[in-house]
Design a protein around this ligand. Structure first.
Ligand code: PEP
Ligand code: CO
Length: 455
């Protein structure tokens, strides 16, 4: 345990992060306008409730010990223009289908967490971008500015905090209504069938799996007379990178009859690899809230980091409080994940380990396009299962950047999208996402892997 040399714990408050170095924050030209927008945000009602947050924390505690499996997925960055009915339903459908496939493979309940309803702020490797002889602030996500390359578009605009919050609310409102209305009812999987599942080479296997699930449900209900509890009321949780700390602070509240502070803009906030310094502002913010929280872990982390994350974020070693979302890459995971598992064990942590198989596998094509190969993504997940098994623990879940749309941003997969296809439908302003078929294919591969390993 690292206690010597660690800074004395100072009192926490929703704004105590302001006393630390806060990386990746936009430079607003008019701080008074920012304050006005944040004051307005503070008055708006929450997007999620404390009991949902507590319920997710309990489910994450089970994921930490292998009794549940987490599927976390969604866009790298949500865009305001994508807050539409078809986009939201397609995202929900692909996550539902994947989770259905994973339930069969994992033989345990799947916790569904969408990167949506607030995934609008992005960390960038540089504060500015230069094209020709023009240098402008980098695009930092729709919560901050607009990707068009003009001074007006790139100037951080605090009103966007309100627009993002409202779109988060619209997104969640629609998702809640769909889920409540039976869209996700496993008795009617045809409700969430996507049109082009018909064209997928995996369509038959998917439909067989759906039929098996239907049969088991009917058997349980008709023969055993039990209602299949969870199946008709599927929970969907939300997550986003808690990057813009003013935005997060504005929705950090106390609630009646429950101790502590809750971030009520999302169930599961996480901090990214660029902002995970244990002494930095993002970890300071996360340490005071009751939500389960995630920390992204990249190659080159140290034991000291793990010790400090646990000490600061989970001093009571409460299962489900801390999730380590590792993103090492297919080429590095074999050397890095065993070190992470060891470090957690030495510190007595009961954390969920979730494999983000996207961010360590980014490549740039010969023509300068950012992409990822499905083979690398799957290889990283497969290695994660094997390493966990060899070290006597369970992988808690997986984390993907994906979309329900027919985009061409990642290469590989059964239909063999190649680098030459990337031009056809490349939309992302930031990281490349798996399209619908690639996502489903990955779910199948993972389900097979889990089944074969008897998990
Ligand atoms: C992300 O999740 O989009 C991201 C930026 O990840 P990381 O912090 O792991 O690089
Ligand atoms: Co990303």
């Amino acid at each position: 345990m690292v206690t010597e040399g660690a800074p004395a714990v100072s009192p926490w408050s929703p704004e105590s992060w302001r006393r630390r170095v806060a990386l990746q924050q936009p430079a607003y030209p008019d701080p008074a306008a920012l304050d006005r927008a944040l004051s307005e945000l503070r008055q708006l009602p929450p997007l999620v409730t404390s009991w949902e947050i507590v319920s997710l924390r309990e489910q994450m505690a089970e994921a930490a010990v292998g009794r549940r499996f987490v599927l976390q997925g969604g866009d790298c960055a949500e865009r305001f223009v994508d807050c539409t009915s078809p986009r939201i339903t397609n995202m929900l459908k692909v996550l539902l289908q994947m989770s259905l496939v994973l339930v069969v493979g994992a033989q345990r309940p799947v916790v569904r967490i969408g990167r949506f309803g607030g995934q609008y702020a992005k960390p960038r490797s540089s504060d500015s971008e230069t094209r020709g002889d023009v240098t402008l602030p980098s695009y930092r996500g729709d919560l901050v500015n607009d990707p068009a390359f003009s001074a007006a578009a790139r100037t951080p605009d605090p009103q966007r905090l309100l627009r993002g919050y409202e779109r988060g609310a619209l997104t969640l409102n629609f998702i809640r209504a769909l889920v409540k209305g039976g869209f996700a009812d496993l008795h009617h999987p045809e409700y969430f069938d996507l049109d082009w599942v018909r064209h997928s080479p995996l369509a038959d296997e998917y439909h067989r799996m759906v039929a098996t699930i239907g049969d088991s449900l009917r058997f349980m209900e008709n023969v055993l007379g039990v209602r299949a509890g969870e199946t008709d009321r599927i929970d969907f949780f939300t997550a986003h990178e808690a990057l813009h700390l003013g935005y997060e602070e504005a929705q950090t509240r106390r609630v009646p009859r429950r101790p502590g502070w809750f971030n009520l803009s999302t169930h599961f906030p996480w901090t990214g690899r660029r902002t995970n310094d244990p002494a930095g502002a993002h970890i300071e913010y996360l340490r005071g809230i009751e939500n389960p929280v995630g920390v992204k872990v990249g190659p080159g982390f140290t034991r000291e980091h793990v010790a400090r994350w646990l000490e600061v974020l989970d001093p009571r070693r409460q299962a489900g409080k801390l999730t380590l979302v590792h993103r090492f890459g297919a080429g590095r995971i074999a050397e890095e994940l065993p070190r992470l598992i060891d470090a957690v064990r030495v510190e007595g942590g009961v954390v969920a380990l979730v494999c983000d198989a996207m961010h360590g596998n980014t490549r740039v094509t010969s023509t300068g396009v950012k992409t990822r190969r499905l083979e690398d993504v799957y290889s990283e997940v497969e290695q994660a299962f094997d390493i966990c098994q060899a070290m006597g623990r369970q992988l808690g879940g997986v984390h993907f950047e994906l979309t329900g749309e027919d985009v061409t941003e990642c290469v590989g997969g059964a239909r063999g999208a190649s680098e030459a296809d990337l031009d056809r439908a490349y939309e992302s302003e930031v990281d490349p996402r798996l399209n619908y078929e690639q996502s489903l294919e990955l779910a199948f591969l993972i389900a097979r892997k889990m089944r074969n390993a008897g998990r």
